[in-house]
Design a protein around this ligand. Structure first.
Ligand code: SAH
Length: 396
């Protein structure tokens, strides 16, 4: 097996079982590995440290898989990791009354760097973000078929991070049929139509499952504004819990159309919902000019900070958005605000909200902290896996 020698002084993260080795930490490669090959990482004295996927095109030269020298990274190893991840979801999440849609495999957090698998009822959507997973995909797909026997497995590898690994984007059937245009899933007792091939992400934002439920408990009799509504996750949960009205705003016309479909699908009162295909920043300013106020404002924007270097600019964007949200609340109203930027931690997010409150001339109480659900676990040795956070704020 090809050996990669780590630079002296770079051992700490590897010993702490962090799964990334940056290219700058590599002293030398003995031999000529292909991208995606499994290599042996050794320290400067030649002592074994870990096995990992190699890639010379990525900033992350090695993605570590195993720290025990005696464990072989073979077909059985991949099958074992897939099975462990799937079984944990089957036990805790894929149960009656909760949901039939969830993230089955969450990349590094499930010890499979670069592999995302989402389940939508009887269909699976896969994203392959590393050349190492790409090379071992056949056995992974075979194991998924053995465990779940899905109607379809669709490769939705259109994520931009693939290009950093020198991989093309893809949109192909890996097994079974082409996923139908509409797949019905159930979450918190609500039915959603999912378009796996055309929808955003792999079709649905199942990472907000718990947060939708928690927030909806406050919605009874309330006038709600759901910003960045996508196909209606927060809108539908609010209606189910007796919201008086919901205004839902998203710039994607396809998302807004699907939201309307979902309202009918669940037989909710369509007269209670105003679905607005618009830019949120524009729409919030329009509401402000019209003097419109709400009891609950939800802000669930896309990732503003793709990296740490983008954090300053992103913080200003989060601040401006939240300032506008606060200004549209009745006194004592609730702001549910999220950030899915991994680069922004909870402390920084709280500071951004404090800044927004000052600019808006408001007082804010943090009354609840939202996080990502158990099918998006955070591995203790990989804090980068934590990305979704939110705050429920009472605004005076
Ligand atoms: N709250 C949703 C998920 C939101 S994902 C749920 O529970 O499912 C972010 C959404 O923001 C996407 O649907 C995207 O279309 C939308 N979006 C991105 N930029 C936008 C903008 N400037 N104005 C309005 N919507 C935007």
């Amino acid at each position: 097996m090809i050996e990669v020698i780590l630079k002296k002084g770079k051992e700490k993260a590897v010993l702490h079982k962090h799964p990334w080795v940056f290219s700058g930490a590599v002293e030398r490669v003995i031999g000529k590995p292909e991208n995606g090959d499994i290599v042996r990482l050794v320290d400067a004295k030649g002592q074994f440290m870990a096995y990992g996927f190699y890639n010379d095109q990525s900033r992350v030269a090695l993605r570590l898989l195993e720290w025990d020298e005696n464990v072989a990274i073979d077909e059985q190893w991949f099958r074992g990791k897939v099975a462990e991840a799937v079984e944990s979801r089957q036990k805790d999440i894929l149960v009656d009354g909760v949901t039939n849609t969830c993230r089955l495999i969450f990349s590094e957090s499930d010890y499979l760097p670069g592999l995302i698998v989402d389940k939508y009822a009887d269909h699976l959507a896969v994203q392959v973000l590393t050349s190492g997973i790409e090379k071992n995909l056949a056995v992974i797909i075979d194991e998924l078929q053995k465990l779940l026997n899905p109607a379809s497995i669709f490769d939705k590898s259109d994520a931009s991070s693939r290009t950093h690994e020198g991989l093309d984007t893809k949109n192909i059937v890996l097994a079974g049929i082409h996923p139908p245009e509409r797949v019905e899933v159930k979450e918190n007792g609500i039915t959603y139509n999912i378009n796996i091939a055309e929808g955003q992400k792999s079709g649905f934002y199942c990472d907000q499952r718990e947060n939708r439920k928690i927030l909806a408990a406050y919605a009874k009799g309330k006038k709600v504004l759901d910003c960045f509504s996508y196909t209606g996750g927060f809108t539908l949960n609010s209606l189910q819990n007796g919201a008086a009205s919901v205004s839902s705003v998203d710039s994607s016309v396809l998302a807004v159309e699907t939201l309307k479909e979902n309202i009918s699908l669940n037989k909710f009162d369509t007269t209670k919902v105003t679905a607005i295909p618009s830019d949120v920043n524009k729409q919030l300013r329009k509401f402000r000019e019209e003097g419109e106020l709400f009891d609950i404002v939800i802000l669930d924007p896309p990732k503003y900070a793709p990296s740490r270097s983008a954090l300053d600019k992103a913080s200003r964007a989060y601040k401006d958005l939240n300032r506008l949200g606060m200004l549209l609340l009745n006194k004592g109203g609730l702001l549910a605000t999220f950030s899915c930027s991994g680069a922004m931690d909870m402390e920084t997010f709280k500071q951004v909200l404090a800044w927004a409150a000052l600019d808006a001339g408001k007082q804010v109480q943090f009354i609840y902290q939202f996080c990502q659900p158990e099918d998006h676990p955070v591995r203790s040795s990989f804090p980068e896996g934590e990305y979704l956070k939110g705050l429920l704020c009472r605004v005076f």
